[in-house]
Design a protein. Structure first.
Length: 291
């Protein structure tokens, strides 16, 4: 009697779990389709003639053409697209180096060194996250113009070397505070100063946080449009984001095919950079850098 009544209950519970699993997977696939739609649209549009990109409603081209990609070899207004990519790589590379060095040094000071006013300064640094980026544009531009540094990379990367990225400093501070203090004490007993402790003990253990900061810094610098638009005036110094704008002529007519093709090519360095370091990013999230 008991066995007969329990069997339908077990089947009912199993059926509900199966229905819930199917509904969850269907919902996940629907969200995935929404997320991937712009990527598929850009991929399909890069193989369409410019006149069909706006007029056609087809997601993928009926007859793919390679003219958009082959036309990139001719450059834009006499400037090779490799120039734009080299400028973007220079900007992103310097930004990564600056953020990793300055933010880690500042984070070590906040996390490991006790000095007067440390909590106040840390609070003020976190408070800078509340400042809108646009509030600082005009005074920064006036300052760099008086220093005759406009139309150079200096205004774009100077702040990266001065630990102005409060979010990454905060990320590393929280990470370093989780490291065992016994390591600092052992290093001090061995005669290590602050810099040796930072370089030989703390920095290797903070590698996941450093790589996380490097990934986001690279992506932000590579996709940055506002900064180069304000400070760079010479087309030879344009980054990829500004180079895309050059596909529009003076009459407002855009070469959509080549623009989308270059946009697709511009995604390659970002994806490659992320794929190269994603293992460390996942490792940092899973283990917090402690073995």
């Amino acid at each position: 009697m008991t066995s007969a009544t329990s069997t339908p209950v077990v089947r009912s519970a199993s059926g509900r779990r199966r229905t819930g699993s199917i509904a969850w997977h269907v919902g996940a696939l629907a969200v995935l389709a929404v997320v991937l739609y712009p990527v598929i649209w850009v991929l399909g549009a890069s193989f369409k003639p410019s006149k069909d990109i706006i007029a056609s409603i087809d997601l993928l081209p009926a007859k793919p053409v390679w003219a958009n990609f082959s036309g990139l070899a001719d450059g834009i207004s006499g400037i090779s697209i490799s120039t734009f990519f080299l400028n973007s790589l220079t900007y992103a590379g310097l930004a990564v180096v600056g953020v990793v060095i300055s933010s880690s040094l500042t984070a070590y000071a906040f996390a490991k060194i006790g000095f007067a006013g440390r909590n106040l300064l840390f609070t003020l640094m976190i408070g800078t996250l509340l400042l809108p980026y646009h509030v600082l544009l005009i005074p920064q531009y006036v300052m760099f113009r008086k220093l005759e540094l406009v139309d150079t990379m200096v205004p774009l990367v100077a702040g990266k070397f001065l630990a102005t990225e409060a979010f990454f400093v905060f990320l590393m501070v929280q990470f370093m505070r989780g490291l065992p203090r016994e390591l600092d004490e052992a290093a001090r007993l061995d005669g290590c100063g602050h810099f040796r402790t930072y370089w030989s003990i703390v920095l290797p253990l903070t590698r996941p946080a450093l790589i996380t900061s490097a990934i986001f810094t690279f992506i932000n610098a590579w996709n940055d449009f506002m900064g180069p638009l304000i400070y760079l005036n010479t087309p030879d110094k344009y980054t990829v984001s500004l180079g895309l704008m050059m596909f529009r002529d003076q009459e407002g007519i855009s070469n959509y095919g080549s623009m989308i093709a270059m946009s697709l090519v511009a995604l390659v360095p970002v994806i490659a950079f992320f794929m190269a370091f994603q293992r460390y990013l996942i490792d940092g999230m899973a283990t917090s850098g402690l073995k």
